[in-house]
Design a protein around this ligand. Structure first.
Ligand code: ASP
Ligand code: MG
Length: 420
């Protein structure tokens, strides 16, 4: 049994949906659970609907939602003949649920409405894909993941009830697999015990897919993306970035920690716990080898470069030149928490502490005012933080070389420089 996850970009047009079917047809002998995101930028569009609704701009909300309806109906019409009417009826049920809500004025908190509205994106996408697979003669069963993924009511960042969810996976998904039916379902969404829809946080469907893989004891999880593989750097910043074909779970967690936009650590953990390999494959060319993320130690890795621009350096000196002690550090981390700031770099000295942050101007200025009561605070904006994992001389020369470096940190594996 394998879990496949297709992201929004892989289903953002009729051609792309048909491409998903073509990929699936390569694996007729596999038992599959297929997790699919909302089409293209639908989640962003639905967020706009939610905001307009909550600002009580009803006509605007309905108008924006109308656009989303049209896009989905157009794709369905293009793809489906035999199953069009059945699919249209389903889509319309989902539309109606949202529209009913849009007609009433909001009385609860925003996050609740956000989830009721935004969750429909994945329902619409999976509905179309499932009918299309049937149209192509691919046996599959559409499943409303809200009947399976039970969460608390922490809307927009809901937490999974593992025990209940595991039970539903065993009761509802396993029998379908035994019947040799592929299951088509949603990521990113779930439901409370009162049947309210919830979401797990933006980009949450990789995490859902990892949970499915874990709960089903799957042989592997494959995430189909529009990139050829995980790369040694962001190719938009470093055009000669290299593909990496094999990575350990820990290497990926480290890369993400330093700011690489790879796979979220939250997605890696459930897989690592059960030693389930994660394949990153390209939906534009399924023949490319992609990347496998697994338990094996990553060998012969090229230097991995993570560049974070728009960094702010903050230097804090004790006012009386006393040594910086535990109490200072403790106080600072409490303030970080309060201001939801996470340093991207920290450096301790005898009478001063240095931090780098992403430049959230407002948060940083509120934080520095608080800190100014205890420290002399000096802020330097406009910096770049370059991290090179598995560095070598060439990489250092190439990416740090001539730069004016303000802070440099070096361990056996990592080289980090905060520079202009
Ligand atoms: N559709 C959701 C989002 O765009 C979830 C996901 O794609 O992972 O954030
Ligand atoms: Mg996505």
């Amino acid at each position: 049994m394998k879990v496949y996850k297709f992201g929004g970009a892989s289903v953002n047009s009729a051609e792309r949906v048909s491409n998903v079917a073509t990929i699936l047809e390569r694996f007729p002998d596999d038992d599959l659970v297929i997790v699919i995101s909302a089409m293209g930028k639908t989640t962003n569009a639905l967020e706009k609907v939610a905001h307009a609704y909550y600002e009580e701009k009803k006509e605007e909300a309905l108008g924006l939602f109308d656009e989303i309806k049209k896009q989905h109906l157009t794709i369905a019409k293009y793809l489906l003949v035999t199953h069009y009417l059945a699919c249209e009826a389903r889509l319309k049920d989902f539309f109606t649920e949202v529209e009913w809500m849009l007609h009433d004025a909001p009385v609860r908190e925003f996050d609740y409405y956000y989830d009721q509205i935004v969750s429909v994106g994945e329902l619409l996408a999976t509905c179309i894909v499932s009918f299309y697979l049937s149209e192509r003669g691919i046996r599959n069963q559409w499943m409303d993941v809200r009947d399976i993924f039970r969460t608390d009511d922490n809307f927009r960042d809901a937490n999974i009830n593992w025990e209940f969810t595991q039970q539903q996976v065993d009761r509802q998904i396993l029998p379908l697999i035994k019947e040799k039916k592929w299951v088509v379902t949603q990521g990113f969404i779930g439901a409370t015990d009162e049947n309210e829809s919830t979401t797990l946080g933006r980009e949450g469907s990789d995490y859902s897919a990892a949970l499915f893989a874990s709960m089903l004891h799957a042989e592997s999880l494959t995430i189909w993306k529009d990139v050829e593989s995980v790369m040694s750097a962001d190719p938009k910043m470093i055009p000669d970035a290299l593909p990496i074909h094999s990575l350990s779970y820990n290497e990926v967690i480290e890369m993400a920690y330093y700011g690489a936009q790879v796979i979220h650590p939250k997605t890696i953990k459930p897989l690592q716990n059960k030693n389930i390999p994660l394949y990153v494959k390209c939906f534009l060319d399924a023949d490319l080898p992609g990347t496998v993320i697994h338990d094996n130690i990553s060998k012969d890795l090229p230097p991995i470069i993570v560049i974070k621009e728009n960094q702010v350096m903050m230097e804090l000196k004790t006012k009386d030149f006393s040594f910086v002690g535990d109490a200072h550090a403790y106080q600072l981390y409490q303030w970080f928490n309060e201001h939801s700031l996470r340093p991207t770099l920290t450096q301790n000295g005898a009478i001063s502490l240095i931090f780098a942050f992403d430049n959230w101007e407002e948060k940083i200025s509120r934080f520095s005012s608080a800190a100014a009561e205890v420290f002399d605070v000096h802020v330097t904006p406009g910096l770049t933080l370059t991290t090179i994992r598995h560095y070598n001389k060439n990489a250092l020369d190439q990416y740090v070389g001539e730069k004016e470096v303000l802070v440099k940190q070096q361990t056996l594996k990592n080289f980090r420089a905060l520079h202009r």
